[in-house]
Ligand binder design. Structure first.
Ligand SMILES: Nc1ncnc2c1ncn2[C@@H]1O[C@H](COP(=O)(O)OP(=O)(O)O)[C@@H](O)[C@H]1O
Ligand SMILES: [Mg+2]
Length: 234
C-alpha cells in the first residue's frame, strides 16, 4: 500500500492561538481512516490545514508524493483533495443539480460523472430540481458528499459527517461510506461518534487539545474502552 497522505510536525495557529501541536498522520490508498476527538480537540483545524484553508505554520504535508504544505485550497482541490466541511455550505437558491455542478474541479477526470453521482444517491436523483435550501439536514449532507465526488477526488475529507443527523440518516450514511470504500475511494473522516467510526473505518487517530494521542487499527481501538473513555466520552 502506498501512502496517499503523510503529515508530520504540523503546527497550526489562529492568529496567536496555537491550536495544533506536532500533528502527524498518514492515510494509505483505499483506506477509511478516522480522526476522533471531542469538541474543540482540533479535528476541523486539522482538516482546514490539509485543505489549504488555514495553512499550517510549520510541518509538512505530502499528498500523493508531492510536498504541498500551505498550498491554497484551489490547488489542493486540483491535486485531488475533496473536502466536505462540517457546516455543509449548500447553496440554498441553487438546485440540487446546480449544487452538484459546482463540485466539478478543472482538470480532474475520473469515474464520477453527473449520472453516476445521481445513481449513487437516489435521494438526489429523485429531486434534481429541488432548491438546496429546502433540503433536510440529511439530504444536505448527502448533497455535500455528492458534490465533493463530482470533483473526482483521490482523497475525500469528511468533517464530522454524522453530526446532527437522525439515526436513520446516519445508517444511510454508513452504507454510503462502506459502498464508497468498496469502490476504492480513500476517505479521511473526523468523528466523535464511536459507533459510527467502528462501523466504517480501518484505522483511528485520536486528537486531544491539538495533540495526536493515539493511532491504531480499528480492532485495537474497539477493545480499548479505557482509551475511548479518556478521550471520547462526554
Ligand atoms: N477561527 C478560530 N479562531 C480562534 N480559535 C478557533 C477558531 N476556530 C476554532 N478555534 C479553536 O481551536 C480549537 C480547535 O477547534 P476545532 O478544530 O474546531 O475542533 P473540533 O473540530 O475538534 O471541534 C478550539 O479550542 C477552538 O475554540
Ligand atoms: Mg469540528
Amino acid at each position: 500500500m502506498k501512502p496517499i497522505l503523510q503529515v508530520s510536525g504540523m503546527h497550526t495557529y489562529y492568529g496567536r492561538s496555537h491550536i495544533l501541536f506536532d500533528v502527524a498522520l498518514s492515510v494509505y490508498e483505499g483506506e477509511t481512516v478516522c480522526l476522533m476527538g471531542r469538541n474543540g480537540a482540533g479535528k476541523t483545524t486539522t482538516f482546514r490545514s490539509l485543505a489549504g484553508l488555514t495553512p499550517p505554520r510549520a510541518g509538512e504535508v505530502v499528498f500523493k508524493g508531492k510536498p504541498c504544505t500551505r498550498l491554497p485550497a484551489y490547488r489542493m482541490a486540483r491535486l485531488g483533495l475533496g473536502f466536505v466541511p462540517e457546516d455543509r455550505r449548500i447553496l440554498g437558491p441553487l438546485t440540487v443539480k446546480e449544487n452538484l455542478e459546482l463540485g466539478k474541479v478543472p482538470g480532474r477526470k475520473g469515474p464520477w460523472t453527473m449520472s453516476r453521482v445521481l445513481d449513487q444517491f437516489p435521494v438526489l436523483r429523485d429531486m434534481p430540481h429541488r432548491l438546496g435550501g429546502t433540503l433536510s439536514g440529511g439530504e444536505q449532507q448527502m448533497l455535500t458528499i455528492a458534490r465533493a465526488l463530482m470533483g473526482n477526488p483521490d482523497l475525500l475529507l469528511l468533517d464530522e459527517p454524522s453530526e446532527g443527523l437522525a439515526p436513520v440518516i446516519v445508517a444511510e450514511l454508513r452504507r454510503l461510506l462502506l459502498q464508497l470504500k468498496q469502490m476504492g475511494t480513500t476517505i479521511l473522516l473526523s468523528e466523535q461518534n464511536i459507533r459510527f467510526a467502528l462501523a466504517v473505518t480501518d484505522r483511528v487517530f485520536i486528537i486531544d487539545k491539538g495533540h495526536i494521542v493515539y493511532s491504531g487499527g480499528i480492532d485495537d481501538f474497539r477493545r480499548n474502552t479505557e482509551l475511548q473513555q479518556k478521550y471520547l466520552s462526554v
